[in-house]
Design a protein. Sequence first.
Length: 522
Amino acid sequence: MTENKKRDNWGSRIGIIMAVAGSAIGLGNFLRFPAKAAANGGGAFMIPYFVSLLLLGIPLMWIEWTLGRYGGGFEHGTAPGIFHNLWRKNRFIKYFGIIGIFGPLVIFVYYTFIGSWTLAYSFFALTGKYTALTDQNSLRSFLSGFQGLEKNQYFNGIGTAYSFFLVTFLLNICIIYYGIKGGIEKLCKWAMPLLFIFGLVLMFKVLTLGTPDLTKPDWNVAGGFGFLWNPDFSALKSAKVWLEAAGQIFFTLSVGIGVILTYASYLKKADDVVLSGLTAASTNEIAEVILGGSIIIPAAFVFFGPVDIKSIAESGVFNLGFVTMPLILNKFVLPGLFGFFWFFLLFLAGITSSVSLAQPAVAFLEDEFNLNRKRAVVIFGVVSFILCQPAIFLLGRGVIDELDFWGGTFFLVVFATIETILFAWVFGMDKAWEEIHKGADMSVPKVYKFIIKYITPVFLFFILGMWLFQEWMPIITMKNVPLADKPYIFFTRLGLLSVFLVLVVLVKMAWRRRKLNFKEER
Ligand code: PFF
């Protein structure tokens, strides 16, 4: 069944910039970044971080905006179609493009669930459900009870978490249902400014904390910044630190996974990508380095001091966001209000990212099967809802970490490598340069022609090589997985493989259909 329909587009330039910034600014900026920076050499982490931003992040941002707009011109908003158009002679390249739908779908599955916790905690803050808890252990068991990992005096099952998940999931689906202009753009246009307001309020609150405990004068904000930023240069010798920094750049900018390709496919041919892409990336960096770096770690330092901060910073992102931060906020006047600011900030950051993760799969169904948006969104809703269940019910078995590794780490680098090679070497750097500059409001510094052609791919191959060398065996053999969790992780992998294979079949079907319908498109 085919229906004739026009592809959606963005309503305004500020709209797409907000939407891309919305995708980029997420839980990664406020939780993942401070945790990674603190755990990987503090200020020294910022060296590989900025090197990766300049040599990987910014080039990939431009590559994805350009390739997306290019693909949109052929009515292809996802990587299989875009890759096919870049290298028509290669029959297999479209299958590599599947990663650009698979990766976002995998991240969506757990990201939406975590996003729903932030909505729940916003609500708990306002209703005072956790604000009277003043020690680490109580807040920890509050979180475990909420997640359904234990029954305790706070929660007697996963019911509350599941209800908030349903609300968050349906909100995501509704926004996507209203489309690019009517749903995503509208959401981001009010959510992003609001997010910055909440972030600034929290940042100023932290900056003016002073020295709450006068007997410990060095427990202050300056010390917190020192902890985060004083460089430990020995970290630069560690390959792991470089991998973590590059991984953080990809994750935070939402590049290397297909999402920006899809967003940019709704641009018009003559729309600028150079300045818009750079603006969205810079907005993300401000939110990450300035806001993300000024809230949780400095605040934790002020209240817990130089000794405990180390273990806090290394206690993982969930612990930082849902245990440490509420504990700190509960020491403020008006803990409920500040708690709401914090969790609602995270919720807005999360939902503007999760809708972007859903869009490639929806665009794939719309573009390649000619479904209308309504149908595409319903199919996506049903499938992704089913896929979310293991992440929710098997949280304690490490399923989310497993999904994050494949969707949010490994395939990101693989996909970025394929994209860069296709762009710079198959499409060809001269043509690529011309394509980037179509309708451009500024020119890309000439040195990037060299960087995109040589440095970015070499850097990516290097990262991938290091990874394969250092981590492949332990990952394949599940060396670090507790024995009891092994079957769950095995079935998660099997599930992921099945989803990938279903996508292979769908791509095959779509191309067969296309061949019949549009002989000239071959
Ligand atoms: N950039 C988001 C964050 O920092 O939380 C996460 C994310 C969104 C990653 C979209 C990848 C993506 F495609």
